[in-house]
Design a protein around this ligand. Structure first.
Ligand SMILES: [Zn+2]
Ligand SMILES: [Zn+2]
Length: 137
């Protein structure tokens, strides 16, 4: 549903100023103001939801923190304390962990296999691989 544009509404206001606004045009203005108020309320709700979700993500990030690898021979390795607090090497819970990777989005190096935008995810590739060649789906 698309209502009148701002330009059209301002033209109606100009007509009201000149005292030539028609009754039908007043209805258009009233409907537009009602829609504007609804949109403002909706935006307020979205703002509140966004605030809640940001706080949720912050709590998850607080749990998933990198720590230096417990393997003395591992110089630069890091592990995720949140994923596996009982063990302490990058082999047990490599950093960044799947949770942090999911929050940050997939960040594969350019040119790496699967980095092309149209590449299939491993799950999709498996699905396609098991589908018979002549399958009409
Ligand atoms: Zn983690
Ligand atoms: Zn390590």
């Amino acid at each position: 549903m698309t209502g009148p544009t701002l330009k059209q509404l301002l033209a109606l206001v100009n007509r009201a100023e000149r005292g030539v606004l028609l009754a039908g045009e007043a209805v258009i203005l009233r409907d537009a103001l009602t829609a504007l108020d609804a949109a403002r309320r909706s935006a307020g709700g979205l703002q509140a939801a966004l605030h809640t979700e940001r706080a949720r993500v912050a709590r998850v990030r607080e749990l998933h923190q990198p720590a230096p690898c417990g393997n003395a021979r591992c110089k630069e390795g890091q592990w995720c304390f949140g994923c596996d607090p009982d063990r302490a090497t990058c082999a047990d819970a490599p950093w960044p962990c799947p949770t942090i990777t999911a929050l940050d989005g997939r960040q594969e190096p350019a040119g790496a296999p699967g980095s092309a935008p149209d590449a299939l995810s491993p799950t999709e590739a498996a699905t396609h691989a098991t589908r018979p060649a002549g399958d009409p789906r």
